[in-house]
Design a protein around this ligand. Structure first.
Ligand SMILES: [Zn+2]
Ligand SMILES: [Zn+2]
Length: 82
């Protein structure tokens, strides 16, 4: 399988080494975003909290949850400059 983001953005045929758990797209190392599962805790009123679950989930950039997008390195966004 090839990386979907590489193929659509740069016509590159990079071998995928992961799959997005949401949409199933093939992802290379650079395009995969490592995250984790979480579940909402309903114990405290008016103070929602989440509990991080063990294990690992890999997302593409489109499907990555908001909490992951905030911490993603932007190094690739500078490639098109110049
Ligand atoms: Zn890629
Ligand atoms: Zn996805």
């Amino acid at each position: 399988m090839r990386c979907y983001d590489c193929a659509t953005e740069a016509q590159l045929k990079t071998e995928a080494s992961a799959n997005c758990v949401v949409c199933g797209a093939g992802l290379c190392i650079e395009h995969s975003i490592e995250g984790y599962s979480q579940e909402a805790l309903t114990g405290s009123l008016g103070n929602p909290a989440v509990h991080r679950l063990p294990g690992r989930k890999l997302f593409c950039r489109t499907c990555a949850p908001d909490y992951l997008k905030l911490t993603v390195s932007p190094h690739r966004s500078q490639l098109a400059v110049g």
